[in-house]
Ligand binder design. Structure first.
Ligand code: PTJ
Length: 252
């Protein structure tokens, strides 16, 4: 392992994720605001107890089932996602049998190259046969302006179900407006993406993906039993309730 932190350190996982971002930043993969977005995520994860809460587990099952049943599922990845969990996203694409598309908010040719190179290297190391899209954008997401609207016709444009971890609210809304089932992974249950997505998993990206990769595909919860607003409320309750319990424990 090329990482200095000791796995027995109580904050090892957090340090490892930060390290992955530092490495990706050096390779030119990240947006300038990537660390800010990560910091906000870390704060929410602290409040959630750095654990997958039951409603997030149900949402992840529903999401996996929706992706597996879709005709054209696609996994969309940005800079933070490739840095934090590039391998896991490739493994999930392999499990579902769908392409992965690099689609970034702060789009530059240099960042696109760095991200596509990184993913292709990972794919080779993992020995997976996953289609990695994004290099040849020949379509745009309607309702979005500028380079961030660029996508591939055979990927995001035609997708009927799309996984968009750590997404910005505008693009999430634009994808929903296209009639797609939009699956969000976001630690902030109050974010616009969390609210606007069709299915939202309030969980840390890498933890959520590890959970989804372990799931038996035959026994997944279906969309009928998913209540979007209740799922977000449960996450908020876990944050507030968890903190209240912490204070009462401290008093005893
Ligand atoms: O690579 P690009 O150009 O597409 O840009 C990527 C970022 C993430 C910088 C861009 O999409 C952005 O600015 O995102 P936001 O608007 O800051 O939203 C990111 C959301 O992801 C926030 O609500 C965070 O709480 C959440 N988040 C951050 N880290 C994690 C996370 N959610 C789950 N797991 C994380 N590790």
């Amino acid at each position: 392992m090329d990482h200095a932190a000791d796995p027995s350190h109580p904050r090892y996982r957090s340090l490892l994720m930060r390290h992955r971002l530092e490495v990706a930043a050096k390779k030119g993969m990240l947006a300038d605001s990537a660390m800010i977005a990560h910091g906000r995520g870390e704060a929410y994860d602290y409040l959630l107890g750095e654990t997958t809460i039951p409603s997030a587990d149900v949402a992840a099952q529903v999401a996996l089932k929706a992706l597996m049943q879709a005709e054209h599922p696609v996994l969309s990845v940005n800079g933070n996602v490739v840095a934090l969990a590039g391998d896991e996203m490739l493994k999930l694409a392999d499990k579902i049998g769908c392409p992965l598309e690099v689609n970034i908010f702060y789009r530059t040719p240099e960042r696109m190259d760095a991200l596509l190179t990184d993913l292709n290297e990972r794919k080779e190391q993992l020995g997976l046969d996953v289609d990695i899209l994004g290099a040849n954008p020949d379509a745009v997401i309607p309702g979005l302006k500028g380079p961030r609207a660029k996508c591939e016709a055979k990927g995001i444009l035609q997708a009927d179900a799309i996984l968009v971890p750590l997404e910005d609210g505008d693009r999430c809304e634009a994808l929903v407006a296209m009639g797609k089932t939009v699956i969000v992974i976001d630690l902030n249950p109050l974010s616009r993406s969390s609210q606007r997505g069709s299915i939202t998993i309030v969980d840390e990206l890498s933890r959520c993906l590890e959970n989804m990769l372990k799931m038996e595909t035959e026994a997944l919860t279906s969309l009928d039993s998913y209540d979007h607003m209740q799922t977000l409320q449960d996450a908020l309750n876990a944050i507030v309730g968890g903190m209240q319990n912490k204070f009462s424990e401290a008093k005893e």
